[in-house]
Design a protein around this ligand. Structure first.
Ligand code: AMP
Ligand code: MG
Length: 700
């Protein structure tokens, strides 16, 4: 079960709101192909009904199934239908209102009609809240003035929905009574117009092409809060939020949501499934591709400082992965696409922090003796009774504090004969007890979106009772080596050939960062051979790392190919080792053209690709943790570029690799991190503090 199209409607009982979009008017939103479109404003009910009729007719004609969800009570509390129409049929109520309501753009008869119904029922009530200047017979201004009390105040579904109002209330902040009276006629006309092409859930099974349902736009407070921006119109955002959320539901979700008995009162779709809705709310389609100019950084006359390049990447990249939700046992290392909201408090109830004896209240200094009740409280095995005043109960760590106890004395601090305990005060009230929610509170955001889940995070999430989390789909990163001279290690090579060192290194690096590695092999220095490889890679991967061929020379074919895409940028970096970085989009997929020299390739991967890939994957921008360590070397460095030296710490000082040659692969393996020397000129003497970044800080 699912729907091709979702249409959400925020109804209104008010008069014409004018031509320009405003709050408290009618808003609608359509989601098709799983994506919500812009919400639409309707100045009055006549416009809205016309639009709804046309839109539904289009869906029927196109053979699509559509769910039309109104934030509007579809029925009144049990008994009303029979009292008004003589049958329990909620549709008879719809037809009654369709007959009786007079609706003009400037005025309508809703208050008079409510008064008329009250009169028909022979008392004052159930309707109340006359907001007009003139008095209306039988329609009190205040609910307390009612004498007629034969009908329930709320439907079962409104009683269960947090904050839902009674449909009897016609005025005052949050009242819904007016819009129900002014909405049922439209529902009745839609139903009569579309006949068997339309059904109304839960009164009928959702098996016609068009299904009308009622929902409640306050069911997802967190998702709505996350969506609201300054100046946004809440009604509009709600329709878009619900359209997108319903569009994200799986067939199983629908089965669960629609499984509600048909009663004359109806039901709010989604009620009882708030957590599911909140989690689906943040799901999106795979986001739109990066813009063609995302790598177009203005290049100065000279070399680009590393920080400028990093700033550019940080501000121009965005997540490219779709979203899914996974069980906690699949969630380690995944990146949250939605905040995690505590499903319940931790601890859920006050409990004992130690093994001992529980009783009520503080104990002043001096000796105390308390009789013990029979029984005990252990973790998972609560003591069901109430501890009488002046008594104590045996309690074990993690056990809920029984009623009548809020304080625990450590078992090591008491003497006991099994019938009473003796100990010395003072003891503060609440000692050795954990308060409910002292760690985390239900409803609290315990982890933010973009965060990568650590093992400890899983404990935190589990402790709040959340079993599934919304995460980005894994970023698929392709790794390609380019160069005619390359041979895969293990194969035979002539003296003119070299073994491909970059690919195993970069594949392992990408894997260590938690991404899905797509080994694209190696490619010759030939554009015709490279082109189909990149074509393929752009389908298989969300980002591509290449090495070699990234400069501006004759054999720099990665640069040459990207140049034709309109997205190419050759960043001349003020960095050693490194220098040119070829960036561009190949059919929308970002390509990071790293230098060929293995040391430069790895340094550029760690410095530029790592934070960039993190953002593409949906995560935070990453700044590696740095440490100030005394130098065990001397060096004079020129102004104008940042230098990364292969380094390791020995006996509390940081040493650097003997050679700075960027082809010296062995030095990378010797090192446990990099020393970073600043852009400007420095002279490093032994014992000076220098910046050391362990490879672990780069996620390796
Ligand atoms: P390029 O950037 O293509 O001009 O290559 C620069 C240097 O790095 C050349 O000496 C290449 O042979 C070397 N090189 C390029 N790719 C690799 C690789 N995958 N493994 C080892 N060395 C490489
Ligand atoms: Mg080359």
């Amino acid at each position: 079960m699912s729907f091709d199209t979702i249409i959400t409607v925020d109804w209104s009982g008010g008069n014409d709101r004018g031509a320009s979009p405003k709050a408290d008017a009618i808003w609608t939103c359509v989601a098709r192909d799983s994506a919500a479109k812009q919400p639409q404003y309707h100045r009055n009910r006549q416009h809205a009904e016309e639009w709804l009729t046309d839109t539904v007719a289009t869906e029927v004609a196109a053979g699509r199934s559509a769910l039309v969800a109104f934030d509007l009570c579809f029925a009144y509390p049990a008994g009303f239908a029979r009292a008004l129409t003589g049958t329990d049929d909620p549709f008879a109520v719809w037809d009654w209102f369709a007959e009786s309501v007079e609706d003009g753009a400037k005025s309508n008869n809703r208050f008079d009609l409510a008064g008329q119904i009250n009169q028909q029922f022979g008392g004052i009530g159930p309707f109340w809240g006359n907001a007009l200047a003139r008095d209306i017979p039988h329609l009190p201004r205040k609910g307390t003035a009612r004498t007629f009390r034969d009908l329930p105040e709320k439907r079962a579904t409104d009683a269960a929905a947090k904050g839902a109002f009674s449909p009897w209330q016609l005025s005052g902040a949050g009242a819904v009574g007016g819009q129900v009276i002014m909405g049922l006629p439209t529902l009745a006309r839609l139903r009569n117009r579309f006949g068997t092409d339309l059904c109304v859930w839960p009164f009928q099974k959702a098996d016609a092409p068009i299904t009308l349902v009622e929902t409640y736009f306050s069911l997802m407070p967190n998702a709505l809060a996350a969506r609201m921006t300054e100046g946004a119109i809440k009604d509009a955002e709600q329709t878009a939020l619900f359209a997108q959320t319903f569009a994200n539901l799986t067939p199983d979700d629908w089965q669960a949501l629609l499984d509600v008995p048909a009663t004359e009162e109806g039901w709010v779709l989604g009620l009882g499934h708030e957590a599911l809705l909140e989690s689906r709310a943040s799901q999106q389609l795979k986001p739109p591709p990066l813009r063609n100019d995302c790598f177009a950084m203005p290049q100065g006359a000279y070399w680009t400082p590393v920080d400028d390049a990093l700033d550019h990447l940080r501000t121009h990249l965005k997540p490219v992965c779709g979203v899914t939700d996974v069980a906690l046992d699949q969630a380690a290392g995944r990146i949250l696409a939605a905040p995690v909201i505590a499903a319940r408090s931790h601890p859920p109830a006050p409990n004992a922090a130690v093994d001992g004896y529980a009783f009520a209240g503080a104990k002043p200094a001096g000796p105390h003796q308390l009789p013990l009740v029979t029984g005990r409280a252990a973790a998972g095995q609560p003591y069901d009774g109430t501890v009488p005043e002046g008594h104590a109960v045996r309690i074990l760590t993690g056990a809920s504090l029984p009623a009548g106890a809020d304080t625990v004395i450590l078992q090591e601090d008491v003497t006991t004969d099994g019938r009473q305990v003796a100990f010395h005060g003072p003891l503060k009230q609440g000692a050795n007890a954990r308060k409910a929610g002292e760690d985390m509170q239900a409803g609290q955001t315990v982890l933010s979106a973009r965060h990568r889940l650590t093992p400890a995070d899983l404990a935190k999430v589990a402790a709040t009772g959340v079993g599934r989390v919304t995460v980005y789909k894994p970023l698929r990163v392709g790794v390609l080596s380019t160069g005619d001279e390359l041979v895969t290690a293990g194969d035979t090579a002539t003296a003119d050939q070299i073994f491909d060192a970059n690919r195993p290194m970069l594949c392992a690096t990408v894997a260590a960062w938690g991404y899905e590695v797509v080994d694209l092999g190696k490619a010759p220095d030939n554009q015709d051979a490279l082109r189909p490889i990149l074509d393929d890679a752009s389908v298989q991967c969300d980002a591509i790392l290449t090495s070699g061929g990234a400069s501006a020379g004759d054999e720099d074919h990665i640069s040459a190919l990207l140049q034709g895409t309109g997205s190419f940028a050759l960043w001349r970096m003020a960095i050693k080792p490194g220098r040119p970085l070829a960036l561009g989009l190949w059919q929308g997929t970002p390509v990071f053209g790293l230098p060929g020299n293995p040391v430069a390739a790895q340094v550029c991967a760690l410095v530029f690709a790592r934070p960039a890939l993190s953002v593409l994957a949906g995560g935070n921008w990453l700044n590696p943790q740095e440490f100030a360590v005394p130098a065990g070397f001397t060096k004079a460095k020129k102004d104008g570029r940042r230098e990364y030296l292969r380094a390791r710490i020995t006996d509390g000082v940081v040493e650097v690799f003997a050679s700075e040659g960027s082809g010296r692969v062995s030095g990378l393996s010797w090192a446990t991190g990099l020393v970073v020397l600043p852009d400007h000129a420095v002279t490093v003497n032994k014992g000076d503090l220098v910046t050391f970044v362990p490879f672990a800080s780069f996620g390796l």
